[in-house]
Design a protein around this ligand. Structure first.
Ligand code: ATP
Length: 229
Protein backbone atom coordinates (compact mmCIF):
# COMPACT_ATOMS: atom_id res chain seq x y z
CA UNK A 1 0.00 0.00 0.00
CA UNK A 2 2.84 2.35 0.89
CA UNK A 3 6.03 2.00 -1.06
CA UNK A 4 9.18 4.11 -1.12
CA UNK A 5 11.78 3.32 -3.76
CA UNK A 6 15.19 4.97 -3.60
CA UNK A 7 13.85 8.31 -2.43
CA UNK A 8 16.47 11.05 -2.27
CA UNK A 9 16.07 14.59 -1.00
CA UNK A 10 18.54 17.38 -0.31
CA UNK A 11 17.92 20.84 1.10
CA UNK A 12 20.29 23.43 -0.40
CA UNK A 13 22.85 20.74 -1.21
CA UNK A 14 22.64 19.06 2.21
CA UNK A 15 21.43 15.45 2.01
CA UNK A 16 18.26 14.78 4.06
CA UNK A 17 17.26 11.43 2.50
CA UNK A 18 19.48 9.02 0.63
CA UNK A 19 18.00 6.07 -1.30
CA UNK A 20 15.22 5.42 1.18
CA UNK A 21 13.21 2.30 0.30
CA UNK A 22 10.53 0.43 2.26
CA UNK A 23 7.11 -1.15 1.85
CA UNK A 24 4.19 -1.17 4.26
CA UNK A 25 1.15 -3.39 3.66
CA UNK A 26 -2.46 -2.86 4.72
CA UNK A 27 -2.92 -3.47 8.44
CA UNK A 28 0.73 -2.78 9.24
CA UNK A 29 2.14 -0.17 11.60
CA UNK A 30 5.58 1.08 10.61
CA UNK A 31 7.42 2.91 13.39
CA UNK A 32 10.37 4.99 12.23
CA UNK A 33 13.01 5.82 14.84
CA UNK A 34 16.02 8.09 14.50
CA UNK A 35 17.76 11.03 16.06
CA UNK A 36 16.66 14.61 15.50
CA UNK A 37 17.43 15.51 11.91
CA UNK A 38 17.64 11.88 10.72
CA UNK A 39 15.01 12.46 8.01
CA UNK A 40 11.79 11.06 9.52
CA UNK A 41 9.61 14.13 8.98
CA UNK A 42 11.04 14.66 5.51
CA UNK A 43 9.95 11.11 4.61
CA UNK A 44 6.42 11.78 5.86
CA UNK A 45 6.24 15.18 4.16
CA UNK A 46 7.16 13.65 0.80
CA UNK A 47 4.34 11.10 1.06
CA UNK A 48 1.89 13.80 2.07
CA UNK A 49 2.95 15.86 -0.95
CA UNK A 50 4.05 18.74 1.32
CA UNK A 51 7.55 18.70 -0.21
CA UNK A 52 8.98 17.31 -3.45
CA UNK A 53 11.59 14.57 -3.54
CA UNK A 54 14.60 14.96 -5.83
CA UNK A 55 14.43 11.39 -7.15
CA UNK A 56 12.93 7.99 -6.45
CA UNK A 57 9.29 6.98 -6.22
CA UNK A 58 6.63 7.34 -3.51
CA UNK A 59 3.60 5.12 -4.11
CA UNK A 60 0.29 4.91 -2.24
CA UNK A 61 -1.30 1.80 -3.68
CA UNK A 62 -1.17 2.26 -7.43
CA UNK A 63 -1.04 6.05 -7.15
CA UNK A 64 2.19 7.98 -7.34
CA UNK A 65 2.68 10.98 -5.07
CA UNK A 66 3.35 14.09 -7.14
CA UNK A 67 1.77 12.63 -10.29
CA UNK A 68 -1.66 11.37 -9.18
CA UNK A 69 -4.14 12.89 -6.75
CA UNK A 70 -3.30 11.14 -3.47
CA UNK A 71 -4.77 13.63 -0.97
CA UNK A 72 -7.89 11.58 -0.39
CA UNK A 73 -5.87 8.49 0.51
CA UNK A 74 -3.92 10.01 3.38
CA UNK A 75 -4.43 11.63 6.75
CA UNK A 76 -1.86 13.35 8.93
CA UNK A 77 -1.70 13.46 12.71
CA UNK A 78 1.08 15.87 13.72
CA UNK A 79 2.51 16.03 17.23
CA UNK A 80 -0.04 18.69 18.11
CA UNK A 81 -3.23 18.38 16.11
CA UNK A 82 -4.29 21.82 14.86
CA UNK A 83 -8.00 22.38 15.36
CA UNK A 84 -10.30 25.31 16.07
CA UNK A 85 -10.38 26.03 19.80
CA UNK A 86 -13.72 27.83 19.72
CA UNK A 87 -15.48 24.93 17.96
CA UNK A 88 -16.50 21.66 19.61
CA UNK A 89 -15.06 18.26 18.70
CA UNK A 90 -18.13 17.50 16.59
CA UNK A 91 -17.96 20.90 14.85
CA UNK A 92 -14.25 20.53 14.12
CA UNK A 93 -14.86 17.07 12.70
CA UNK A 94 -17.73 18.40 10.60
CA UNK A 95 -15.56 21.24 9.27
CA UNK A 96 -12.58 19.04 8.34
CA UNK A 97 -14.82 16.30 6.88
CA UNK A 98 -16.49 18.86 4.61
CA UNK A 99 -13.07 20.16 3.56
CA UNK A 100 -12.29 16.61 2.46
CA UNK A 101 -15.60 16.47 0.58
CA UNK A 102 -17.70 14.48 3.08
CA UNK A 103 -20.97 15.59 4.68
CA UNK A 104 -22.15 13.62 7.73
CA UNK A 105 -25.09 13.89 10.11
CA UNK A 106 -24.40 14.82 13.74
CA UNK A 107 -24.97 11.22 14.85
CA UNK A 108 -22.49 9.97 12.25
CA UNK A 109 -19.90 12.52 13.43
CA UNK A 110 -20.51 11.44 17.03
CA UNK A 111 -20.05 7.80 16.00
CA UNK A 112 -16.61 8.58 14.49
CA UNK A 113 -15.56 10.33 17.71
CA UNK A 114 -16.99 7.46 19.77
CA UNK A 115 -14.83 5.04 17.79
CA UNK A 116 -11.70 6.92 18.87
CA UNK A 117 -12.77 6.68 22.51
CA UNK A 118 -13.57 10.39 22.93
CA UNK A 119 -16.13 10.48 25.75
CA UNK A 120 -19.60 11.51 24.58
CA UNK A 121 -19.88 14.24 27.23
CA UNK A 122 -16.77 15.92 25.72
CA UNK A 123 -17.79 15.76 22.09
CA UNK A 124 -19.85 18.97 22.19
CA UNK A 125 -17.42 20.92 24.38
CA UNK A 126 -15.05 23.52 22.93
CA UNK A 127 -11.69 22.23 21.77
CA UNK A 128 -9.94 24.81 23.94
CA UNK A 129 -10.85 22.63 26.96
CA UNK A 130 -9.41 19.42 25.41
CA UNK A 131 -6.21 17.69 26.50
CA UNK A 132 -3.54 16.77 23.94
CA UNK A 133 -4.82 13.17 23.86
CA UNK A 134 -8.38 14.34 23.23
CA UNK A 135 -7.26 16.58 20.36
CA UNK A 136 -5.44 13.61 18.91
CA UNK A 137 -8.66 11.59 19.02
CA UNK A 138 -10.41 14.26 16.97
CA UNK A 139 -7.50 14.09 14.49
CA UNK A 140 -7.97 10.33 14.23
CA UNK A 141 -11.73 10.81 13.80
CA UNK A 142 -10.97 13.11 10.84
CA UNK A 143 -8.85 10.33 9.33
CA UNK A 144 -11.75 7.90 9.79
CA UNK A 145 -14.32 10.34 8.41
CA UNK A 146 -12.31 10.95 5.23
CA UNK A 147 -11.76 7.19 4.99
CA UNK A 148 -7.99 7.65 4.66
CA UNK A 149 -6.18 4.44 3.87
CA UNK A 150 -2.80 5.59 5.14
CA UNK A 151 -2.38 7.58 8.34
CA UNK A 152 0.91 9.40 8.91
CA UNK A 153 1.80 10.40 12.46
CA UNK A 154 4.71 12.50 13.65
CA UNK A 155 5.76 11.87 17.26
CA UNK A 156 2.19 11.14 18.34
CA UNK A 157 3.00 9.97 21.89
CA UNK A 158 5.28 12.88 22.73
CA UNK A 159 3.80 14.69 25.72
CA UNK A 160 1.03 12.15 26.32
CA UNK A 161 0.62 10.73 29.83
CA UNK A 162 0.77 6.91 30.22
CA UNK A 163 -3.03 6.50 30.17
CA UNK A 164 -3.39 8.64 27.03
CA UNK A 165 -0.50 6.71 25.43
CA UNK A 166 -2.19 3.42 26.23
CA UNK A 167 -5.51 4.65 24.76
CA UNK A 168 -3.65 5.89 21.70
CA UNK A 169 -1.98 2.48 21.28
CA UNK A 170 -5.36 0.76 21.47
CA UNK A 171 -6.87 3.05 18.80
CA UNK A 172 -3.89 2.51 16.48
CA UNK A 173 -4.25 -1.26 16.80
CA UNK A 174 -7.95 -0.96 15.97
CA UNK A 175 -7.14 1.17 12.92
CA UNK A 176 -4.62 -1.44 11.76
CA UNK A 177 -7.21 -4.20 12.32
CA UNK A 178 -9.52 -2.22 9.99
CA UNK A 179 -6.82 -2.53 7.31
CA UNK A 180 -5.41 0.98 7.62
CA UNK A 181 -1.69 1.58 7.19
CA UNK A 182 -0.04 3.59 9.95
CA UNK A 183 3.35 5.20 9.37
CA UNK A 184 4.73 6.83 12.47
CA UNK A 185 7.86 8.83 13.24
CA UNK A 186 8.65 8.42 16.91
CA UNK A 187 11.31 8.67 19.62
CA UNK A 188 9.35 6.30 21.85
CA UNK A 189 11.20 2.96 21.68
CA UNK A 190 8.87 1.23 24.14
CA UNK A 191 5.78 2.28 22.20
CA UNK A 192 7.40 1.29 18.88
CA UNK A 193 7.86 -2.27 20.16
CA UNK A 194 4.40 -2.37 21.71
CA UNK A 195 2.63 -0.96 18.68
CA UNK A 196 4.72 -1.45 15.58
CA UNK A 197 4.62 -4.41 13.25
CA UNK A 198 7.79 -3.14 11.59
CA UNK A 199 10.43 -0.84 13.03
CA UNK A 200 12.84 1.22 10.99
CA UNK A 201 15.89 3.07 12.25
CA UNK A 202 17.05 6.03 10.22
CA UNK A 203 20.47 7.60 10.44
CA UNK A 204 21.54 10.71 8.56
CA UNK A 205 18.93 10.19 5.85
CA UNK A 206 19.50 6.47 5.37
CA UNK A 207 17.17 3.72 6.56
CA UNK A 208 19.80 1.55 8.21
CA UNK A 209 17.63 -1.03 10.00
CA UNK A 210 14.30 -2.67 9.24
CA UNK A 211 13.04 -5.16 11.83
CA UNK A 212 9.91 -7.11 12.57
CA UNK A 213 8.69 -5.94 15.99
CA UNK A 214 7.92 -9.54 17.01
CA UNK A 215 11.62 -10.38 16.74
CA UNK A 216 12.79 -7.86 19.35
CA UNK A 217 11.93 -6.57 22.83
CA UNK A 218 12.23 -3.00 24.10
CA UNK A 219 15.59 -3.46 25.78
CA UNK A 220 17.10 -5.17 22.70
CA UNK A 221 15.71 -2.42 20.47
CA UNK A 222 17.11 0.25 22.79
CA UNK A 223 20.52 -1.40 22.60
CA UNK A 224 20.36 -1.76 18.82
CA UNK A 225 19.21 1.84 18.46
CA UNK A 226 22.14 3.15 20.51
CA UNK A 227 24.59 1.02 18.53
CA UNK A 228 23.07 2.16 15.23
CA UNK A 229 22.66 5.91 15.53
N1 ATP B 1 12.80 23.09 5.20
C1 ATP B 1 14.05 22.71 5.39
N2 ATP B 1 15.08 23.45 4.91
C2 ATP B 1 16.37 23.07 5.09
N3 ATP B 1 16.73 21.93 5.73
C3 ATP B 1 15.74 21.17 6.23
C4 ATP B 1 14.37 21.51 6.09
N4 ATP B 1 13.62 20.54 6.68
C5 ATP B 1 14.50 19.64 7.17
N5 ATP B 1 15.76 20.00 6.91
C6 ATP B 1 16.98 19.25 7.27
O1 ATP B 1 16.82 17.93 6.76
C7 ATP B 1 17.33 16.98 7.69
C8 ATP B 1 16.22 16.00 8.08
O2 ATP B 1 15.25 16.71 8.86
P1 ATP B 1 13.89 16.05 9.37
O3 ATP B 1 13.05 17.15 9.94
O4 ATP B 1 13.33 15.22 8.30
O5 ATP B 1 14.44 15.10 10.54
P2 ATP B 1 13.63 14.32 11.68
O6 ATP B 1 14.21 12.96 11.74
O7 ATP B 1 12.18 14.42 11.43
O8 ATP B 1 14.02 15.13 12.99
P3 ATP B 1 13.14 15.40 14.33
O9 ATP B 1 13.18 14.13 15.13
O10 ATP B 1 13.87 16.52 14.99
O11 ATP B 1 11.75 15.80 13.90
C9 ATP B 1 17.90 17.79 8.85
O12 ATP B 1 19.28 17.98 8.63
C10 ATP B 1 17.17 19.10 8.76
O13 ATP B 1 17.92 20.15 9.30
Amino acid sequence: MLKATNICKSYHGKVALKDVSFEVSKGEIFCLLGQNGAGKTTTINIFLGFIKKDSGQALLGDKEVGKDDTNQLTAYIPETVQLYGNLSGVENLDFFSRLAGFKYSTSQLEAFLEKTGLQSDAQHKRLSSYSKGMRQKVGIAVALAKNAEVIFMDEPTSGLDPKATSEFTKICKELAAMGKVIFMATHDIFNAVELGTTIGIMKEGTLVQKLKANDIDASQLNQLYLETI
